[in-house]
Design a protein around this ligand. Sequence first.
Ligand SMILES: NC(=O)c1ccc[n+]([C@@H]2O[C@H](COP(=O)([O-])OP(=O)(O)OC[C@H]3O[C@@H](n4cnc5c(N)ncnc54)[C@H](O)[C@@H]3O)[C@@H](O)[C@H]2O)c1
Length: 254
Amino acid sequence: MIVGIVGCGAIANIITNYALEGKLGVELKYFYDRDVERAENLASQLDGRAVLKIEDMLDHVDLVIEAAAPQAVAEVVPEILEKGKSVIIMSIGALMDSDVKNNLENLAKENNVKIYAPSGAIVGLDGIKAASIGTIRKATLTTRKPPKSLGIDISEKETLYQGKASEAVKKFPVNINVAAALSIACGMDVDVEIIADPAVDRNVHEVLVEGDFGEFRTTTKNIRCAVNPKTSVLAAYSAIKLLKSLNEHFIVGT
Ligand SMILES: NC(=O)c1ccc[n+]([C@@H]2O[C@H](COP(=O)([O-])OP(=O)(O)OC[C@H]3O[C@@H](n4cnc5c(N)ncnc54)[C@H](O)[C@@H]3O)[C@@H](O)[C@H]2O)c1
């Protein structure tokens, strides 16, 4: 399977490093970034090709990874799906806009391809998907990050947001993919609290879900990417695991 990537930042760097170890199971070959030097840098490491326009890769790939930005989802993903190629979307916050999500889902159906949204920087989506077969009554997310990771500089802990995920996504578009993933998996607009906390050095996500199945709580304390401290290493790993699973014949977890 030949794969292309849109967005050559922190996530793409980790995927490329893993591919260099020869364990990815797919061929990461095409690279596109609006900063062409970034695309060229990753392409040169894997003997791949940096392209100047997304359409230059679409005839040659089986699947594209979007690892760019929420705006890129509406900009480039329709074109990928219309070309009959499946896509992995990392900027899942963009899918909180139901018009965008419905449009992409329809395009995927019409073109008989798939949209994958990896679990990203959060654990427990497998349990939530199973729980959603019954009724989920409550789902909350508390995100605690170092201020730098939220793009601010403060010395005291501060709650930056308390409310629904749909609004949080608009206020913190590059930092709240987990709220979107959780909401989509639950089928409800989850309650979100975002705290800037100088006392933590990791991106921490606490999830509580209650429903017919009982209840669970998860805490994920993420190591941040060196290239981009807003992004957690686990998010890149989840994309890698998804890519590997496309060729696996035994799938564990929902
Ligand atoms: N699902 C999750 O849990 C999760 C976790 C972390 C990050 N993310 C999301 O994944 C995306 C990538 O994260 P990252 O840390 O690698 O970001 P990054 O900022 O390190 O890199 C993004 C790259 O994409 C390029 N880019 C941005 N918009 C573009 C566009 N419209 N067309 C082409 N290139 C474009 C930038 O030049 C940059 O090189 C972000 O949207 C981020 O919010 C999701």
